[in-house]
Design a protein. Structure first.
Length: 305
């Protein structure tokens, strides 16, 4: 049965800017903004700093709006999970209409500002990314299939593509490869988290991979995607889109990712008291990995070996 927001939260307090900001999932948004900025900086063409700032702002607004739509739609589910029960909507600090309207304004403003100020191709891709996350992933995939993260991974993979297109005005192979890197990074990143919060998803009926296929299958699939990610992460170097700084960084970072995935893939939980330390380490490293990989992309743009 779908959980409902607690009765104590049925009467909402006046909206506070901190609660509106929390709707945008700022920790997740920081990674989105960073990869979008790196895509823009790594592009072979330069744009005016004001337009660059505007493009990154639009990416942030679009990502925040999509995250707010996600929380608006899943407010009842969030109330039933320990990990998300303290969010503004389950706690009654915001009413759902305010959250929906705030999300809608952010999303619409981000697309139109991107279109008028930067370019309509970048705006169109931004609009697709918002719809992908808020509708395809949140409404359609997440409650229906354990492949939700695999297919839905495209939602978080758009920012570097948007940043690149904002700078160049066109799509080329390099930003598509950057998209693919995040796409294949998403399953091992998110399934590592899902392994140690499995009970939360099971309680509210979300068919995440560990709940439906079991932990052993999830661990093996984490390894498979990590193995595929390693050559893909180096592909920008192989196709001549970057230099050795990025290429060597990608090899080292992906090698560490693979080592941690191997630990997770071939272990069995020792019992209910198992703290899932390897899984937590893999999840934490996966965030560091993406930041470091895209930072190397930017450094490589200005350093020649």
């Amino acid at each position: 049965m779908t959980p409902t927001i607690p009765a104590s939260a049925s009467t909402s307090l006046p909206a506070d800017w901190r609660d509106l900001f929390a709707l945008t999932k700022p920790r997740v948004m920081s990674l989105v903004i960073f990869t979008g900025l790196c895509g823009l900086i790594a592009a072979p063409e330069r744009i005016h700093p004001v337009l660059a700032f505007t493009a990154v702002l639009c990416i942030a607004m679009g990502a925040g709006g999509a995250a707010a739509l996600n929380q608006w739609w899943e407010a009842d589910l969030d109330a039933g999970m320990k990990r998300t029960s303290k969010r503004p909507l389950p706690q009654g600090r915001l009413d759902r209409t305010t959250a929906r309207d705030f999300a809608g304004v952010l999303c619409a403003a981000s697309v139109f500002l991107m279109g008028f100020a930067v370019g309509w191709l970048a705006a169109a891709i931004l609009a697709i990314s918002i719809i992908y996350y808020a509708v395809v992933y949140t409404i359609w995939l997440k409650p229906r299939t354990p492949q939700n993260i695999v297919i839905g991974g495209g939602a978080g993979a758009f920012p570097p593509l948007i940043g690149w297109v904002a700078a160049t005005g066109h799509i080329s192979l390099m930003p598509v490869v950057l998209f693919a890197i995040i796409f294949f990074w998403t399953p091992p990143h998110f399934w590592a988290l899902a392994l140690f919060v499995k009970s939360d998803y099971a309680k509210v009926g979300i068919p995440m991979m560990p709940v439906v296929a079991g932990e052993r299958s999830t661990r093996r699939q984490i390894l498979i995607y990590t193995v595929l990610l390693l050559p893909l992460s180096v592909l920008p170097w192989w196709i001549g889109g970057t230099g050795a700084v990025y290429g060597l960084s990608a090899l080292v970072l992906s090698g560490l990712f693979l080592a941690l995935s191997l630990r997770v893939a071939f272990r069995e939980r020792s019992g209910p008291e198992d703290t899932m330390k390897p899984e937590k380490q893999l999840f934490a490293y996966s965030v560091i990995y993406l930041f470091a990989l895209f930072a190397a992309l930017v450094v490589d743009r200005f350093v020649v070996l």
